[in-house]
Design a protein around this ligand. Structure first.
Ligand SMILES: Cc1cc2nc3c(=O)[nH]c(=O)nc-3n(C[C@H](O)[C@H](O)[C@H](O)COP(=O)(O)OP(=O)(O)OC[C@H]3O[C@@H](n4cnc5c(N)ncnc54)[C@H](O)[C@@H]3O)c2cc1C
Length: 422
């Protein structure tokens, strides 16, 4: 079966791998000159089921109101009358009840756990190198009361098999001495014992090489998909700026661009961009640089050690498809980095960038066959967890396309315009 995958991020390339392993003749198209450079190339690097909490939570509306009033909150919204954003935002608000937040978190956790195990299995089978760290991740608290609230919140994940441990500042330093300076400002931490971190761009590039050499997958870069052509219930072609691509089936894994392409054949999916900012700095003092990735839960800044660099990211800004940024967008990152790990890296020469999470309002990604065509499949909308969830999502999709029963219940991931019943 000839299959075209649109998007060469971590989701598209893992999709290509599992499909090629099943015998598909796969071609991956990406508009960028190299693979894995969009969200996949700018994320915080955490492989973190312990960070599966749904963003649509009872606390979110308050944060959005504060943001609209000009406060520099972690989730920021620019007021917009864009109908796509209003439609997405209304769905997000409906998911902010305690019951929905809990249900969405459990679904995301299940996929993240499944995916992390599959990522490590794949890494071993294919001998992939991607600066992986498997010692857990730490969630730092600067306030005793917030630590207690954080621990209580984590109970939900612990009840669903995610191991977590409370750490005092001294225990944090024993675990990783690079937290010495950080231990002066934090009151305690939560160790997501089974979490990890790694370089998703490197993983994507190296897995693409396996796809090429072992399975004969074709990668075509510098080609922009423009629209699908449908005849009745079948997609017959994909039109690009470099001509037409035909196939038996198509998989849409184009991150934030997925809803734009799906609408060309009438399929609405609730995916909207949430812009984030990240920096990458060269490590100058190994002993002052954390091996463990983590999140400062006060400033919502996340970091990972990626080989001889450290990646740090923060902020979710709902500002449409505008990728622009100003220097002050990185203030929170640099302030936190210099406070926690002052001697770690060459902060003055760090590279900076923005990148966008493909968010669904409820949190679970969109995986499976679309509702309008019999050969257009979706693997997209992984939001803030796409690196963690990529391998599992792609294996689930390959199972569906092969007619094998997937390992997880697929209802929460169904291709949808909006959640049924809401
Ligand atoms: C700031 C930030 C921090 C994050 N931190 C983490 C983290 O710590 N852990 C975690 O698990 N996840 C994290 N994420 C989320 C994660 O990075 C994403 O969910 C994931 O990378 C999505 O992968 P993707 O392949 O779907 O999208 P992308 O990586 O964006 O790839 C989509 C690809 O499609 C291509 N494309 C788009 N349109 C077209 C077109 N028309 N034609 C051809 N090609 C096209 C693009 O060029 C791109 O290469 C973070 C995201 C951000 C933004």
């Amino acid at each position: 079966m000839k299959t075209v995958v649109i998007g060469g991020g971590v989701v598209g390339v893992t999709t290509a791998y599992y499909l090629a392993r099943d015998g598909h003749d796969v071609t991956v198209l990406d508009k960028a000159p190299t693979l894995g450079t969009d969200a996949t190339g700018g994320n915080a690097g955490l492989i973190a089921p312990s960070h599966s909490f749904a963003w649509a939570s009872p606390q979110a509306p308050k944060m959005l109101v504060k943001s609209l009033m000009g406060e520099a909150t972690a989730i920021r919204v620019k007021l917009s009358l864009n109908p796509r954003f209003l439609w997405w935002g209304m769905q997000f608000m409906r998911e902010c009840t305690p019951t929905r937040a809990r249900a969405n978190t459990i679904v995301k956790l299940g996929l993240a756990q499944y995916s992390q195990a599959e990522m490590y299995r794949l890494e071993e089978e294919e001998g992939l190198e991607y600066d992986v760290v498997k010692k857990g991740a730490v969630y730092l608290y600067r306030d005793e009361d917030e630590l207690e609230v954080g621990l209580k919140k984590m109970d939900l994940l612990a009840d669903h098999g995610q191991p977590i441990k409370r750490l005092s500042p001294d225990e944090l330093v024993s675990l990783d001495p690079a937290f010495k300076k950080a231990s002066e400002v934090v009151k305690g931490a939560i160790h997501g014992v089974a979490d990890g971190s790694g370089n998703s761009e490197k993983f994507t590039e190296n897995l693409a090489e396996v796809c090429r050499t072992k399975f004969g997958v074709t990668f075509v870069n510098d080609v922009t998909a423009e629209r699908f052509v449908a005849q009745g219930s079948r997609i017959t072609a994909l039109i690009t700026d470099r001509g037409e691509f035909t196939a038996d089936s198509f998989v849409l894994a184009a991150g934030i661009q997925s809803p734009i392409l799906s609408r060309t054949v009438g399929q609405n999916i609730p995916v909207y961009p949430a812009k984030g900012f990240s920096i990458t700095a060269r490590v100058i003092d190994d002993s002052a640089t954390p091996t463990l990735g983590g999140v400062d839960e006060k400033t919502l800044v996340a970091w990972s050690r990626l080989g001889d660099t450290i990646r740090i990211s923060s902020t979710a800004m709902f500002d449409g498809y505008d990728r622009s940024y100003v220097t002050s967008d990185f203030d929170n990152i640099f302030k936190t980095a210099k406070e926690l790990f002052p001697a770690a890296a060459d902060w003055d020469n760090a590279s900076v960038r923005s990148c966008m999470r493909p968010m669904t309002p409820d949190g679970p990604p969109v995986i499976g066959l679309g509702t309008r065509h019999t050969n257009l499949f979706y693997n997209t909308g992984h939001g803030h967890m796409g690196w963690t969830m990529a391998c599992g999502s792609s294996l689930l999709l390959a199972d569906i396309m092969a007619g094998r029963p997937p390992a997880l219940t697929m209802d929460p991931f169904e291709v949808r315009t909006r959640r049924k019943g809401r």
